[in-house]
Design a protein around this ligand. Structure first.
Ligand code: NAD
Ligand code: LMR
Length: 332
């Protein structure tokens, strides 16, 4: 991984769905050094579909008006070959949005062709060591489809975002235990970025003390706390009339910083399963991971899975395998 060793040379970051609402919060962070620091220049390659090119032009005007000394070249395009060319980091935010009454299968049937098409182009034109983060939903399954369609890209260079769920859980522990989030450790998100995700507070600590009692004990965690996190995205949509954008953008920065630069803490990332914790290979599953720097990570193994946790982990794995089958059927 060469990403952070190029500091005199701009890194090229491609963002798809660049005129959408997450990107509107994300792009200023990328342009001003919130990801790689204030000495690393960046090029931004921004991809949109043709109907959104006028809006993207406005976003580019605003990016220019940030006057960031780190921001070198900006490319705005509806051509994926141009957008992905020489990309060091690709953030796949662009996806067909879920409309009212749309089943998950319908969402998959819209997004599988997008991610398959993009995959083949990335494999041809991106940097040979490209690192790809999938954000657009269904994020875990989009990552799996992308990897199948681009076998020349190492599967461990493709991850999907569950850091927003992780951050939501850490923040909840901090609020319940009256500490700052910097004092919270041990939260793990397992599985799919969907309502079956399993936010695991078993080992969560606040200021070094177990948090589970302040969270109401196991029964309350099961009946209130876990559903609160599982439904948090839907609650934001209900309240705002649009899905999480500011918090998603921050989670993207957190995820990429941990993954590409390294992190002392254990964090949650959706990565290709290697069979750990009984989750068969073939899906992108959110695990506890240790990020070692330079894009290297390892799944943390050996955590005890209690009788309480097991049905949650099985349910979210089952959902991912069902999505996998549907997505593969659509792609054939
Ligand atoms: P948005 O609708 O505001 O923006 C999406 C943008 O993608 C639009 O501008 C659209 O024109 C563009 N787009 C659509 N198809 C494209 C394609 N083929 N190529 C390039 N661009 C394309 O949506 P948003 O709020 O920014 O959310 C984006 C995605 O992120 C959604 O799928 C949402 O569900 C997902 N999301 C994921 C998480 C997570 O934690 N994984 C959190 C929040 C949102
Ligand atoms: C979120 O978790 O906020 C989003 O994934 C919700 C959504 O459906 O876009």
């Amino acid at each position: 991984m060469t990403v952070i060793t190029k500091s005199d040379k701009p890194l090229t970051i491609t963002v798809t769905g660049a005129a959408g609402q997450i990107s509107y919060s994300l792009l200023p962070l990328l342009a001003t050094g919130k990801l790689f620091g204030r000495s690393q220049p960046v090029n931004l390659h921004l991809l949109e579909i043709p109907p959104a090119m006028s809006a993207l032009n406005g976003v580019v005007m605003e990016l220019q008006d940030l006057a960031s000394p780190l921001l070198r070249n900006i490319v705005q395009t509806s051509d994926p070959t141009v957008a992905f060319r020489d990309a060091d980091v690709i953030i796949l935010v662009g996806a067909f949005p879920r409309r009212k009454g749309m089943a998950r299968r319908d969402l998959l049937s819209k997004n599988v062709p997008i991610f398959t098409g993009h995959a083949q182009i990335m494999a041809d034109v991106a940097s040979s060591d490209v690192h790809i983060l999938v954000v657009g939903n269904p994020a875990n399954t989009n990552a799996m489809i992308l990897s199948r369609a681009a076998p020349s890209i190492p599967s461990r260079n493709i991850t999907a975002l569950t850091r927003l769920d992780h951050n939501r859980s850490c923040s909840l522990v901090a609020r319940k235990c009256h500490v700052t989030t910097s004092k919270v450790e041990g939260v793990v998100m397992w599985g799919n970025h969907s309502a079956t995700q399993y936010p695991d507070f078993t080992r969560a600590t606040a200021g070094g003390k177990p948090a589970i009692h302040a969270m109401g004990g196991e029964e309350t965690v099961a009946s209130e706390v876990i559903p609160f996190i599982q439904k948090r995205g839907a609650s934001v949509i209900e309240a705002r009339g649009a899905s999480s954008a500011m918090s998603a953008a921050q989670a993207i920065i957190d995820h990429l910083q941990s993954w590409l630069i390294g992190d002392d803490r254990i964090v949650s990332m959706a990565v290709p399963s290697d069979g750990s914790y009984g989750v068969k290979e073939g899906v992108w599953f959110s695990f506890p991971v240790r990020c070692l720097g330079s894009g290297e990570y390892e799944i943390v193994t050996g955590l005890e899975i209690s009788a309480f946790a097991k049905p949650y982990i099985d349910a979210t794995a089952d959902e991912l395998f069902a999505e996998r089958e549907e997505a593969i059927a659509i792609s054939q």
